[in-house]
Design a protein around this ligand. Sequence first.
Ligand code: ADP
Length: 695
Amino acid sequence: MSEDLRKKIKELEAELKVVRLASMQWEEIQRTYQKSNDRLQQVYSELNQVNEKLTMAFEASQLAYWDWDFKSGKLECGENMAHLLGFGKEAFPVTFSAFLELIHPDDVREARENLEKHINGITPFFESEYRLKTARGDWKWVFDKGKIVERDIIGKPLRLLGVVMDVERKKTHENRLLAEFEKADGANKAKSSFLANMAHEIYTPLSGVVGMAEILKQSELSPEQKEYLEIIVDSATNLLSVFNTIMDFLKIEADQIELTNSAFSVYELMEDLVSSLIPEAAGKELEVLSFVDPNIPMLVKGDAIRLKQVLRVFADNGVKFTENGEISISANFLSWDEDTVNLQFKVTDTGIGISVEALKKIFTSFTRIGPSTGKYGGSGLGLAIARYLIIKMKGEVHVESQTGKGSSFVFNVLLEKVPGSEPPFCEPGIKGLKVMVIDSHPSRSGIIIDYLGRMDCDTVIFSNLTEGLQELAHRHKIRRPVDLLIVELEAAMMAMGSFKPGQAWEELNKILLYYPGTGIPKKVSEMGFHTVMKRPFLPAEFSSAILNTITHKTPVTAVKAAFRPPAGHEARQLRILLAEDNLINQKVAQVTLSKLGHQIDIAENGNIAVAMYKKNKYDLILMDIFMPEMDGLEATREIRHIEQSGPMEKAIHICAITANADKDDEEKCYQSGVDSYISKPFKLEELIEILDSIK
Ligand code: ADP
């Protein structure tokens, strides 16, 4: 074979190799193509299925979609738009502005605003309810919800997709409900105003009864007449309390109770509460114990009247359902943060208790439990109202009880902090004192020990005086005497017969504690106590009594104790204007005030009151709030206006008198410019307190 031929064969072989390779690649390409094609077919078929489902979903739901291209302004609508609005497909709006024209003129603004909010990223979706014009020319309510589905690289929206839903039936239903609600609301408002009027109608005669009975009390009466009179006052007071409860309940039902928010002292609140409870408790020979945690700030902010009302419900029930033993009321500091103070109140009694079954429904309205309810009486609303108010004060309540042993109601409330108000100052001289307490009653002595512990005193306790005396003598001998002895009257009385004071006793600073209503026997008063102090007391009174005793100062605060004597009345003769339209009330006030030696003029409405104020010089105006022609609030505003525009003279004291059961109105009175406020039927002492405050 020639060299040439061999070369050619080699070249041919190489070419054949290339062709074989190319043919293999071609086959591979064909296979790959086939695979891709199969996959594409599968995707198409899946897509078709999804599309079918989507169409079915749109069919079933009657939702109509729209697709808005921002650049072209073109709008594409789903076929359901035809069902929705009755247009043929050819008449569908094809631009967004054409679609806007179909929206009811009253709704278009809101729809646009909602759209802008979504476009500007304020809302995650566009949502709007509006009316669309149908082919018949009437309007159909629709709900439209959409979302931007495409944006350019800088985030500018390119496409918005939405669905429209027919809500005509829902809207008709809603409108009917709204109309019914408005009707019911109107009826409810009429009911409320009827109740407010009724309250006025009931308070007025009731204040006549209480007022006249108070006047009668001042006159010479036989014991029998006195007894009858007490019954009249008690019945009227009970009637008033039942009426107040029902009014509160009605307001709770209508969620109309608004809490006020002013600064008050929990210490004073507890003092008032306890002192008002003692007469009733003493009548049943029950003891009232009270404890106020000295860590509570002097002032807190909240609705003191409502808080007291809650405490009264528990305390009154305690007295009502207890035959022997005690009612103990405590206020404890739980915590505080920057704005709030969390306080816990506890009212415990040693009464009949509540069964486990009854405990489950105790806070339900109209619940009165057990066979004994007839004996005790009541509306069954007190606890339900208390619970409602506690929840309003952002607190919780729970109860523990054992039949035959007693009950304990515990609740907390969140009050506002008053800037700068700290817990009361504790007398520094007391810290580290060695104190011996002699009291046979554990829960009673527990409170004293608690107070002393908080004052950093070193306390020992004995349950009887004889043992205490032995310990005192021993300590005297080893020259480690105590600094102060606190003896409870009961323990002193028990030791009276065998009492032999030693030198240790003579040298000691001693405080005797007693409960109001219990007389102090002569023998006890001769035992040489430096201070005699009434229980229960507030922590500040206790600490100043201790300080006064150990420094031998006159223990003024201690003797005054927690309970104020009935107010005496030594005010100068005043000229008083009474603005009051009711004849009975006029009469009651006239007799009461003239008996107290004051001169009184009467105006039967606000107009006359303002005219008389301009003409005469008064020391005090007693201003009824509800009066014809011009009411008390307006008259007060008018008088304050005259004062401000006239020469600077002392502003007259205006005391608002209201028959309204709603204590929240107090705030309104103060806003109008009154200086004080009493509600009808007011007690003589309340009026005297106002008169005494006029300088
Ligand atoms: P009422 O006006 O009947 O006292 P409340 O709502 O205050 O209404 O109380 C409901 C019922 O709960 C009472 O009738 C009584 O059966 C029971 N109850 C409430 N407090 C006490 C208590 N401290 N001891 C025993 N039972 C109580």
